[in-house]
Design a protein around this ligand. Sequence first.
Ligand code: SAJ
Length: 410
Amino acid sequence: MHSYKSLCVVGLGYIGLPTAAVFAKAGLQVTGVDVNKRAVDTINTGQAHIVEVDLDGLLQGVVSNGSLKAQTTPEKADAFIIAVPTPFMADHKPDLTYVEAAIKSVAPFVAEGNLIVLESTVPPGATDKMVAWLEEVRPDLKDGCGSKYFAAHCPERVLPGRVLIELVQNDRIIGGVTDECALRAEALYDVFLKGECFLTNARTAELAKLSENAFRDVNIAFANELSLIADKLDIDVWELIRLANRHPRVNILQPGPGVGGHCIAVDPYFIVDSAPDEARLIATARQVNESKPELVISKIRRAAQKLKAPTVACFGLAFKADIDDLRTSPALMITERVARELDCKVLAVEPNVDELPDNLKELGVEFSSLANALEQADILVLLVDHKPFKRVPTGKLAEKIVIDTRGIWT
Ligand code: SAJ
């Protein structure tokens, strides 16, 4: 079996940094690369520039014993992992410019026998594109994938908040450009993986990752659509779902104010872009989920119009429960729109951050404690099911207008 001694990880974000640290802990000499100099400097002090459970402690150990170092440019290694963002463009088409820049930045350092793994979530065919970009700047490697060097797509599937556990425990799909590429990539992950590796080709691995997140998006859309139907028919959607889920083969997910995060609200569009005529259900699910924040705002607007100069309290800004990540969050977007568009005072409660983001500060939104918001506000809008909100006694909600998008106060 092939053995790796050194690894270069390009992209030190929510996936790249924990991955680099776990490989370093497993004994590889790891160089992490990021264009963000501040992130690199922070990592080199043994601290993470992102929040993830137990990551700081792990980093501290591998940086101080010299097995992980960060820098802004790549260097030679036995294997390379690319874990850069793959956002979409204005028309929802995947933007692979970071992948192209990453592979071109490592290209001068790729030597015979090296392995290159693409971990970023990408549309089908992107790993082949990565290989073509490499060979464009390294003509000496032309048509050499699978013999001179090796390339594979090994998508990550870890859940924010449980990254270090899931990185090691989850099964992994290994999509080789050739069969030999897949075997070489499997040998790399074997260094730390407790889950099983499943070998396939790169295109299947690419679509498998997208399918996982589209599966969840479609199922959340089903729950969100049920919430609209139940609203119209004056039925409590939470009770409805609880009851339906007593069936042994039914497991309806939870409705909410919309779908946030960097994956589930993005990845289905990559499938739609690859097969627009066929991906009808997946495209509709995106529409249903994207319409949800607007419906919540309408509800708040209708409630506010009934009162004179009301105070609206928004509970939760993160994109899901018990995390501090406010990026791509429907809760944050709803709070911002309410502050911008409605004639009311807005309080925001977010127990997982120390201060409000600038856009809310600029709009005059007041950062409030839970107790103060429950006391002061006329309209209570529950946007995220954080633990402290679940403990609010029902008495505190009496005589208030409650708009509960997560079903914990109804
Ligand atoms: N949500 C609901 N109702 C639900 C479940 C979730 O409205 O019943 C919302 C959440 O509030 C949040 C969004 O969906 O706004 C996404 O949250 P999530 O917990 O479902 O997923 P992420 O985005 O944190 O992580 C997902 C995971 N994918 C799957 O579970 C299939 C994770 O395993 C992936 O690694 C990650 O995307 C990724 O990086 O692709």
